[in-house]
Design a protein. Structure first.
Length: 390
């Protein structure tokens, strides 16, 4: 039921997928990107579609109007362009693209609201709070984060704190609808939602590789960026500066975090240079990763490390050895995943059923077009029908 959970996923998970614990971005790049984004938002006008208000579709003798469809399309388009102003041809293209999705969403909302009303199921504030906390805990566990770090990343990407984002989500009717439907499905299909111990063990055995966790290091760095430098003299000056900072960091009273905040051109500088945990492969550029993995906890790399981004002073602040998560440790998470999958399948079945039972009538000329079948393969033994029968 992705369309019901989209609000929550966008507000909580997506805010976080873009967070980068890597040495790659420079502060200058981040600053320029922010300026461009702010300019786009300033110049962009709200997306408004011109519509002639008439019936778009009738569901169980209740009309859904074109104005309602347009509001949905406008919202979807605003999410697509993220504050940027679309061109006229883009508006036309995305209006056509999103129209059927918008109508489908409104039909499902109408049918679910009737089913909710008929069921007499209610949710209290505590039910909404519990669901939000469950989702937050899922994000924390799957990303190996503290609540403080999640709050920091959401604030950075959304301009709102985690508390504010959760309050907005709780107030959203789509979220409340999601929680009620969740309770309805749990009550209606309670037996089908049960997960046996055998299923959990089978899942663990089939996916054992994902429970092999590589060795990780946690590092901080101070970057003296060189991407904007045009001359060899400028690069030499940056290297001289980096070596000078390295010597200060190596002093007995050297404060690495303070030096990072003062000198680093990487966005991580404001956090004392912290890059969080990362594996040997795939997260950091070479030779940054190679240098970091040679260091012990609390050790500073004795030499300045050069990458395409500039000169790095590196300090390892923690290490975790490679390990295999055993079945007993993984059991609860697997159980939650399997229950979630079953609930998603049963929710889809429930929604399909109420939609199939509904009377959905489109005005003449507004019927949804069936996709043309291309390259269809006939079952074995079947023959192509002649173009015309006599």
């Amino acid at each position: 039921m992705k369309y019901l959970e989209s609000v929550v996923i966008v507000l909580i998970l997506a805010c976080f997928c873009g967070s980068a614990f890597s040495a790659e971005p420079t502060a200058e790049t981040a600053t320029e990107a922010k300026k461009a984004k702010d300019k786009d938002k300033k110049d962009a006008a709200p997306i408004k579609l011109e519509i002639k208000d008439e019936v778009a579709v009738t569901v169980n003798n209740k009309d859904i109007m074109e104005s309602e469809v347009s509001k949905q399309v406008e919202m979807m388009m605003s999410q697509q362009f993220r504050g940027r102003q679309p061109q006229k041809d883009q508006v036309e293209m995305f209006t056509k693209m999103f129209r059927s999705q918008a109508i489908n969403r409104l039909i499902i909302q109408m049918l679910l609201d009737k089913a909710i009303n008929d069921s007499k199921i209610k949710v209290e504030d505590k039910d909404l709070d519990e669901k939000l906390e469950e989702m937050v805990q899922g994000v924390l566990k799957s990303n190996n984060l503290t609540r403080e770090k999640l709050n920091e990343e959401i604030t950075k990407s959304q301009g709102k704190s985690l508390k504010e984002v959760l309050a907005d989500t709780k107030a959203n009717p789509d979220f409340k609808r999601t929680v009620i439907v969740d309770k309805m499905v749990s009550a209606k299909f309670s037996d089908d939602l049960k997960v046996e111990e055998k299923e959990i063990k089978e899942y663990y055995e089939k996916n054992k590789k994902q429970y092999d966790k590589p060795e990780l290091v946690r590092a901080s760095h101070i970057l003296i960026g060189t991407k904007e430098e045009k001359t060899e003299e400028a690069k030499k000056e940056s290297l001289r500066k980096a070596k000078e900072i390295l010597e200060k960091a190596k002093q007995k009273d050297g404060d690495f975090a303070a030096l990072a905040k003062e000198h680093s051109t990487c966005p991580s500088g404001k956090n004392g240079g912290d890059l969080n945990f990362f594996p040997r492969q795939g997260a950091m550029v070479e030779p940054f990763a190679a240098a970091a993995f040679k260091l012990q906890k609390d050790e500073i790399c004795p030499e300045v490390v050069e990458t395409k981004f500039g000169y790095h002073i590196i300090k390892v602040t923690d290490r975790t050895p490679a390990k295999t998560i055993q079945f007993e440790e993984a059991k609860d998470q697997i159980l939650a995943n399997l229950e979630g999958r079953k609930k998603q399948e049963l929710t889809k079945k429930f929604i399909d059923n109420i939609r199939n039972e509904a009377k959905i009538v489109y005005p003449e000329g507004k019927e949804p077009k069936e996709p043309k079948a291309k390259g269809m393969t006939l079952p074995k033994g079947a023959k192509n029908k002649p173009k015309s029968a006599k």
